[in-house]
Structure formats: structure tokens, C-alpha cells
Design a binder for this molecule. Structure first.
Ligand code: GLN
Length: 533
């Protein structure tokens, strides 16, 4: 029988439900169970693809090309298994499916309603995914009490009825605020949010408290009494120095043993060695490296979440702490900060704003011979920079930013020309790239056939490849029989790599991404070189 853990959030959003859920998942996985996770997003967007990263954080892309919530990134990084379209259930996709069924006559004769039609659609998705796993963890986005998340909570409530008591448990992640004037942690908001959950018919089995300080025994006893949860099931999740330490923090409080008992599962093994080998290195790195991340969504760090994580993983692999300077390329001090960095990374992005600043950042990296990693838009900007600075095409551009450019070095390909709808129509998901032997990319990957995830509409226009190669910007990776350039590298530069795909999405703590490892290694070398000079 499939087992489910539903994770809900109380009091405020951004409590780290995703990390908490993924940490529970990791612990169960280390106990030898197969675990998957689902993120329920209560918004009406069919997927996250059309959302602004400043509002919602980065759009995460899976191998099968789904544009999802960034929590799927946590799931993949913690569980180290690939997620798919089925792991993200949005209200928009549920309503769309139900309305399509209604139009095709599937419900003939019925009045189509939230209960049972919407809730059935949601439950069917939970059940379909759970078939291949011992445990399915479902994170319900939003905060208990929001109007939007009600159908998901209702579906979660019904799941216990459908699957039986011992097969479904509820974990509530809540905030216990600290009031400095009275030097007290307050439990009232948690009591209210648990009451709200009960009104919906969900009785939590476990409460995980987020607080700026550890909770003392009295506070836990109070929460236990008022919320009717056993004392040992009221747990602490204080802010951790690294998100990757959360599984161990929860483990030290017996979370997995309690969950296994509640679900009536026996642990198959207890194999923490590989994961601990990674977490033991956190905070103990001996070197430091400064990376400038030259972007435009820098006000919300979540907008570049996976890039930040991949840099962290690459740092650990090099025994280095990576200090990321999130540079808004439009800020007056951008240039000075870029010049001071050991390595420059230009990430993905959309739209005109900040483009000239990113190109300027690349000029600095090229001229100062700083290691450079360009991702998607960052790679496209590197192509524009080389065209303008090296190949005598001063007005070279992408047609995304200048439709009339005389040198459209980045352009839409025929298959994208007639696309009208914006949602889900880019080049999305995993594609295979063939790398040139001897290139920096091939050296990093230690292989020449790779698969990476894409999310873009524009491409390096193959018509310009020859002209740019002559001037030193080499294409070192191709998609499909040299149809589209995938990676570019600058000759006569210590490490300058642009990639049309998003390598950051495939970096994992115990499997750091080779390009990030190589980029950090090159940046450390550049730093050493600076010291010696
Ligand atoms: N805006 C560019 C494109 O659509 C790059 C996208 C990206 O960086 N993800 O091709």
C-alpha cells in the first residue's frame, strides 16, 4: 500500500516547507526506502513558466521539459533523483484537465464541482505517482487559511479516508515567533493555524516549529497540549547554517523513527555514510573564492537558486567556500565589483533590461582573463560580445532585443517563428549535446556525449558560426548533427565557457556539476595568480 506524508504550512509563507519535506524524504531514503515528492501550487497558472522570477523565484525545469516551482529543485538536490512533470500539481493544470474532461463529455449529466471533481483529479495524480514508491511526500503550497489552497487540503483530508489511517500522515510546519521586548517565543499563531487545519478536518501528527531560537521543553509542552500532538512529535527546526544540515537536525530529534512508526514501515537499512561525507565538509572548507554573478533579478536570491546551489556544490568539491557577489549589472558600482571578482558568471534571463551591462561584464571577464561561465542568456551575451568586440559587428545583437539588428547572431529558428502562445512553447527539457574532444567542456565532463536541460526560445544563429570561429569564439558542442550550437569557448583564455543549456539544474550535493567544479577550480587558480602577481 502506498504511504503518504502531507506537509502543510502555518502562520506565514517562506518557512522552508520544501526543505523540511525534502529533508524528511532524504532521511527516509537513507533508511532504504524509495521516496518521491509532489509540490502542489495553488495558483491558477498552468505552470510556473510565465511567472516573473522576482515574484516567485527561479523557474525550475525537469528533464521532461516541465517548467515548475523551485521546490522541485530542492527535491532533486536532496533526493538526488529526477523529478518529472507529474511531481508538480498546480491548480491551473488541475482545473484545465477537469474543464477539458467536461468539454469532451466525460462527466455528462453531472454538475462539475470542486468536490468531488477537482479533488478527485488532485487525488488521482497523487495516487498515480505513488505507485512506484514506498513513500510519497506531498507539500501543499501556501499557508493554511488561504482560499486558494483549500481544494488541495480537502484532497489531502480525503486521502486518509481513501488510503486508511496508517497510510497517511500530516506534518505541519509552523512559525513560532520571538518577541524581543518580552524575550519570549509565542505559540499562539501555531495554535491558531492548527485550529484552522482542524476546521478543514486535518489533525496533524507532527508539528515542526521554525523559530530563531531553539524551543525549550515548556514551549514544546504547551504546543503539544494546545495542539493535541504528542510531546515527542513537536520538533525544532531552527535556522541552520546550511540547508543540507536540516536532515541531520531532524534526525537528531527522531523524525524518521517517528514517521516510520506512524506509517507502519520498517527501515530497510541505515546508510548515512555518503550523505554525511558531504555534510561533514560544510563550513570546513579551507579556501575561498569570489564569484560575481552578473544578473538583474538579484533582489531576490531565489531567482538564481539553482545557480547558487551549484556554485556551493562546486566549491565543496574544490575545498572552497564560494562567496557569491550578486551584482545588479545596472548598479553604478557593478564594474568595480566585477573587476574585483575571481570569476564571473552570467546566468539566464529574459528581456532587454540589463543586457548591455551583462555584455560589459563579459568584456571585463574576457579582457582581464577571468574565468567565465555563461549560462543560456549568459552564453548568448558572450556570442554578442565576441561579435561586437572581435568580429567587427558593432551592432550585433539577439533579435529578442533588437529585431532589426544587421547581425542577428542570436535569433529564433524556423520552428519557433510561428509560435504564438507563450506558455510551454520554448525549447524545454533534456537534449543531447556532442562535445568536441579537447575542449574545456569535454575536459570538465570527461566525456563527449552529455544531456542537459534547456529553457530558451533563441539560439546561436548557425549562419554566424564560421565568422566568429575565425575570430576565436569556438563552438565546442553541438545539438543534433551540428544543427544548433550548444557550447562556445574562447581561445586564448584560461577558462571561458558559454552553454546554451542550464547545467545548474543537474548539480547535486554528492554529484557536483562538472562545469561548476571546473569553473570554481579555474577561479581559484586565477585567485592564486592574482596573489602571486
Ligand atoms: N531569453 C533567452 C531565450 O529565450 C535566454 C533564456 C534563458 O536564459 N533561459 O533564448
Amino acid at each position: 500500500m502506498a504511504k503518504f506524508i502531507f506537509v502543510t504550512g502555518g502562520v506565514v509563507s517562506s518557512l522552508g516547507k520544501g526543505i523540511t519535506g525534502a529533508s524528511i524524504g532524504k532521511l527516509l531514503q537513507l533508511n532504504g526506502l524509495s521516496v518521491t515528492m509532489i509540490k502542489c501550487d495553488p495558483y491558477i497558472n498552468v505552470d510556473a513558466g510565465t511567472m516573473n522570477p522576482i515574484q516567485h523565484g527561479e523557474v525550475y525545469v525537469t528533464d521532461d521539459g516541465a517548467e515548475t516551482d523551485l521546490d522541485l529543485g530542492y527535491y532533486e538536490r536532496f533526493l538526488e533523483i529526477p523529478m518529472t512533470r507529474a511531481n508538480n500539481v498546480t491548480a491551473g493544470s488541475v482545473y484545465r484537465a477537469v474543464i477539458e474532461k467536461e468539454r469532451s463529455g466525460k462527466y455528462l449529466g453531472s454538475t462539475v464541482q470542486v468536490i468531488p471533481h477537482i479533488t478527485n483529479e488532485i487525488k488521482e495524480r497523487f495516487k498515480a505517482l505513488s505507485k512506484d514508491f514506498d513513500v510519497t511526500i506531498v507539500e501543499i503550497g501556501g499557508t493554511v487559511g488561504d482560499i486558494e489552497s483549500l481544494p488541495f487540503l480537502e484532497a489531502a483530508r480525503q486521502m486518509r479516508l481513501d488510503c486508511g489511517q496508517g497510510n497517511v500522515i500530516y506534518v505541519h510546519v509552523t512559525l513560532v515567533p520571538y518577541i524581543p521586548s518580552s524575550d519570549e517565543l509565542k505559540t499562539k499563531p501555531t495554535q491558531h493555524s492548527v485550529n484552522k487545519l482542524r476546521e478543514i478536518g486535518i489533525d496533524p501528527n507532527m508539528i515542526i516549529c521554525r523559530a530563531s531560537k531553539p524551543l525549550d521543553a515548556d514551549i514544546k509542552a504547551k504546543i503539544s497540549l494546545f495542539c493535541s500532538v504528542p510531546r515527542e512529535a513537536v520538533l525544532d527546526a531552527p535556522d541552520a547554517p546550511s540547508i543540507y544540515l536540516v536532515p541531520e537536525i531532524l534526525h537528531s530529534q527522531g523524525v524518521n523513527e517517528q514517521i516510520l512508526m506512524l506509517l507502519g514501515i520498517r527501515a530497510k537499512r541505515h546508510d548515512f555514510a555518503k550523505w554525511s561525507a558531504f555534510t561533514e565538509k560544510i563550513g570546513k572548507t579551507e579556501k575561498t573564492v569570489n564569484i560575481a554573478l552578473a544578473g538583474k533579478y538579484v533582489k531576490l536570491k531565489d531567482a538564481y537558486k539553482s545557480v547558487g546551489e551549484a556554485l556551493f556544490h562546486g566549491g565543496i568539491a574544490n575545498n572552497a567556500k564560494v562567496r557569491i557577489d550578486y551584482v545588479d549589472v545596472e548598479d553604478p558600482d557593478a564594474e568595480a565589483r566585477l573587476r574585483a571578482a575571481d570569476g564571473v558568471l552570467v546566468p539566464g534571463g529574459f528581456g532587454n533590461r540589463g543586457i548591455e551591462g551583462k555584455i560589459r561584464a563579459i568584456t571585463i571577464a574576457r579582457e582581464m582573463k577571468k574565468p567565465f561561465l555563461g549560462i543560456c542568456l549568459g552564453m548568448q551575451c558572450a556570442v554578442i560580445e565576441s561579435a561586437r568586440s572581435l568580429a567587427g559587428m558593432p551592432r550585433a545583437n539577439s533579435t529578442e532585443f533588437d529585431e532589426k539588428t544587421p547581425h542577428p547572431v542570436i535569433d529564433v529558428m524556423p520552428e519557433q517563428k510561428d509560435v504564438v502562445d507563450k506558455g510551454g512553447t520554448m525549447r524545454l527539457g533534456a537534449c543531447t549535446t556532442l562535445l568536441s574532444p579537447g575542449s574545456a567542456a569535454a575536459a570538465a565532463y570527461k566525456t563527449i556525449t552529455i544531456s542537459e536541460r534547456h529553457r530558451h526560445r533563441y539560439e546561436f544563429n548557425p549562419k554566424f558560426v564560421k565568422a566568429l570561429e575565425k575570430k576565436g569564439l569556438k563552438v565546442t558542442g553541438w545539438y543534433k548533427d551540428r544543427k544548433l550550437p550548444e557550447t562556445v569557448e574562447l581561445a586564448k583564455h584560461p577558462w571561458f565557457v558559454g552553454v546554451q543549456f542550464h547545467p545548474e539544474l543537474k548539480s547535486r550535493p554528492t554529484k557536483p556539476h562538472p562545469l561548476f567544479v571546473a569553473f570554481i577550480e579555474a577561479s581559484l587558480k586565477a585567485r592564486e595568480g592574482k596573489k602571486e602577481a
